[in-house]
Design a protein around this ligand. Structure first.
Ligand code: COA
Ligand code: AMP
Length: 658
């Protein structure tokens, strides 16, 4: 909701935003009528305390039934629900709503047969194949809570999530396909389970989807709890089709882990009713999307964008969603997205700015567009990182459709700010994520939590409590961690961790994070977590990891390390070891390659490493060295070390090849 001091009269959006503020109950109950409830809610909001609330109390619903059965019952069973397009294998498949419902009901029946019940967790570690979507919806059908883990995370990260979520079952695949290699998932799951104590872990069953395209055969699945795909198919055939289980609105639909400020990721808990209502509202009003429409969200089911806008949002809305296994470039070329859009007559493209920068780098003149008919395309939606104005203009001019830069987080589950094309097309401004959506009372506060919202005033972006439907209810396993992580910094507000300002029209400009979270190719990483890995190396005394500017990926992680006294290491070797360590412990997704070995790190007299100053120096921005610095000479030495990167003396700064 737009802050009162920034409001202007007029405009359909502003009328709706005003109504959502003046009549919150009425507004959200009306939105709730978009989904089917087996027991309708008694109210929209129940505020249990300042930091605890629930949406649609008393309501019972099933998200899978709303995503599938509802449309079949309405006579749209033959409409296409899901299109699978793999640029990696050339496979194409279509699933109608009726087919997808049956596949999901069978999978859910088999999950039950292996003992998975409502409230149990199921971890899904799969590539972008329909089985991932089917497994997610099957969990939702029987009230099991899924937790999807992105394939680019290593066994260690998988183990951390298994230890936290304690899943009863894991659904995985023989492998994923990256342009330069195949990624065998099962060995990663096995080593994650070993890290978790082998048989002592919570996991009773590992279901392994055998992909023809990826070597790995049923014969390999010798271990006790593993079920090979053909055996799973027999289980599915024998089990009764599972009917949807009515769940309480507040019951968790899924847990999605995201990076926080410490090494241990936070399990964002999403409810069922609030999420379904929020997504239904968003699909219609933000994306102007409904039955008969097709959306191509180029992301991954391991991220929130995949959960909300590959899987749940489009299916709740009764449209068609495209599941694309491939990259924006190189699979086979920079026309890949245009091919998919034209082949399936998609109305919407949703992706991260990085993907467009990758296309622009390969095909600046958009020559590849020439071969494709994009007349069905109505809008491009971008999220996951800041959209640089230059690329925004390039897309806008090249595709000649509205480009919506919208801002949201794993935690919120749907856009906080957007241009709601389903209501009206507001004038777009490059660099801005447009206006707050209903339910999000967005403010700019200072470090003490004082509301300083006013045009042009920069500060911490915070959202007045309670958060709207669809946003996280808590961190899995710890309400206190939820309060400590998000609600304590500015009492009465949710701290987004982002900084920015409004302009005179109430448009929000999100400028960057205030914590140590960085965004690498739209993937959220914690520099604190990377530092924990680097300091685990026996030769490293201290380190600082900062997010520096990257033309393609927006940001990349750059590590600066000092050596323990008396350590004699070959510096290039050390850098290589550190890069490998990050890949082993966190995964290739960290895309960590830059290591600079320095004698000392710049610090204040109280011992705080001047990470911001370091980042400014690396990015070539103006910087001020704080008066409290321990030794100003360290900054000069750092600059020297960085300059050395350019002239590349092998013994000082090492850029490590892949
Ligand atoms: N499973 C296993 N490994 C994966 C993976 C997956 N699902 N996805 C990525 N990786 C690996 C890549 O293969 C790469 O490994 P490498 O170091 O061996 O080459 C590494 O993780 C880094 O991947 P990425 O950051 O994606 O870089 P890239 O150079 O492979 O591709 C882009 C660059 C821009 C093409 C790519 O980042 C992209 O398509 N981005 C779109 C943004 C996006 O989808 N964001 C999600 C949030 S909305
Ligand atoms: P994630 O939880 O991975 O979706 O990452 C959320 C973070 O990505 C936000 O807190 C922002 O820092 C950043 N982000 C997402 N969308 C945008 C956007 N449109 N503009 C600027 N930053 C964004």
């Amino acid at each position: 909701m737009i802050a009162p001091e920034l409001q202007e009269s007029g405009g359909e959006y502003r009328v709706i935003a005003q109504r959502s503020r003046d009549d919150r109950e009425g507004f959200w109950l009306e939105a709730a009528a978009r989904i089917d409830w087996s027991v309708p809610p008694s109210a929209a909001l129940e505020e249990r305390s300042e930091t605890e609330w629930r949406w649609f109390p008393g309501g019972r619903t099933n998200v899978c039934a709303n995503a599938l059965d509802r449309h079949v019952a309405a006579g749209r069973g033959d409409d296409t629900a899901l299109i699978y397009d793999s640029a990696m294998t050339g496979t194409r498949a279509r699933f109608s709503y009726a087919e997808l419902r049956d596949r999901v009901a069978r999978f859910a029946g088999a999950l039950r047969a292996v003992g998975v019940a409502a409230g149990d967790r199921v971890l899904i570690y799969c590539p972008m194949t329909p089985e991932a979507v089917i497994a997610m919806l099957a969990c939702a059908r029987i009230g099991a809570i899924h937790s999807v883990v992105f394939g680019g995370f290593a066994a260690n990260e998988l183990a951390v999530r298994i230890q936290d979520a304690k899943p009863r079952a894991v659904v995985t695949s023989s492998g994923g396909i990256e342009p330069n290699r195949t990624v065998a998932y099962l060995p990663l799951v096995r080593s994650a389970l070993d890290i978790c104590g082998g048989g002592a872990s919570s996991v009773e069953t590992v279901i392994v989807h055998d992909r023809e395209a990826v070597p790995g055969s049923a014969a390999d699945y010798a271990e006790d709890r593993e079920i090979a795909w053909h055996d799973w198919a027999s289980l599915e055939a024998d089990a009764a089709l599972a009917d949807p289980v009515p769940m309480r609105s507040e019951d968790p639909l899924y847990i999605l882990y995201t990076s926080g400020t410490t090494g241990s990721p936070k399990g964002v808990v999403r409810d069922s009713g609030g999420y379904a209502v929020a997504l239904s509202w968003a699909m219609r009003n933000i994306y102007d999307f409904g039955p008969g429409d097709t959306i191509f969200t180029a992301s991954d089911v391991g991220w929130v964008v995949g959960h909300s806008f590959i899987v749940y949002g489009p299916l709740l809305a009764g449209g068609t969603t495209v599941l694309y296994e491939g990259k924006p470039v190189g699979t086979p070329d920079a026309g890949a997205f245009w091919r998919v859009l034209s082949e399936y007559r998609a109305k919407i493209l949703s992706t991260a700015p990085t993907a467009l920068r990758a296309i622009r780098r390969e095909d600046p003149e958009l020559d590849a567009l020439a071969g494709y008919d994009l007349s069905s395309l109505r809008a491009v939606y971008l999220a996951g990182e800041r959209m640089d104005p230059e690329t925004w203009h390039w897309v806008n001019d090249g595709l000649r459709v509205p480009v919506v830069d919208h801002w949201w987080q794993t935690e919120t589950g749907w856009p906080i700010c957007a241009n709601p094309l389903g209501i009206e097309t507001l004038p777009a401004k490059a660099g801005s994520t447009s206006l707050p959506m209903p339910g999000f009372d967005v403010r700019v506060v200072d470090s003490t939590g004082r509301d300083i919202t006013a045009p042009g005033v920069e500060g911490n972006i915070a959202i007045r409590l309670p958060l709207p439907p669809g946003a996280l209810l808590e961190i899995w396993g710890s309400r206190q961690r939820f309060v400590d992580s998000y609600l304590s910094a500015f009492p009465g507000y949710y701290a987004t961790g982002d900084a920015g300002h409004f302009d005179e029209d109430g448009y929000l400009f999100v400028m960057g994070r205030t914590d140590d979270v960085i965004n690498v190719a739209g993937h959220r990483l914690s520099t604190g977590q990377l530092e924990e890995v680097l300091t685990a190396h026996p030769a490293v005394a201290e380190c600082a990891v900062i997010g520096v500017h990257d033309d393609l990926k927006g940001q990349r992680a750059a590590g600066f390390v000092t050596l323990k006294h008396g350590e004699t290491v070959v510096r290039e070797e050390l850098a290589g070891q550190l890069v490998r360590l990050v890949r082993e412990r966190i995964g290739p997704v960290a895309a960590f390659r830059d290591v600079t070995i320095v004698d000392r790190l710049p610090k204040t007299r109280s011992g705080k490493i001047l990470r911001k100053t370091m980042r400014q120096i690396v990015d070539g921005e103006p910087y001020t060295v704080p008066a409290t610095i321990e030794d100003p000479g360290v900054v000069d030495a750092l600059i020297e070390a960085l300059a050395a990167t350019v002239s590349a003396p092998a013994t000082q700064t090492v850029a490590v090849p892949r």
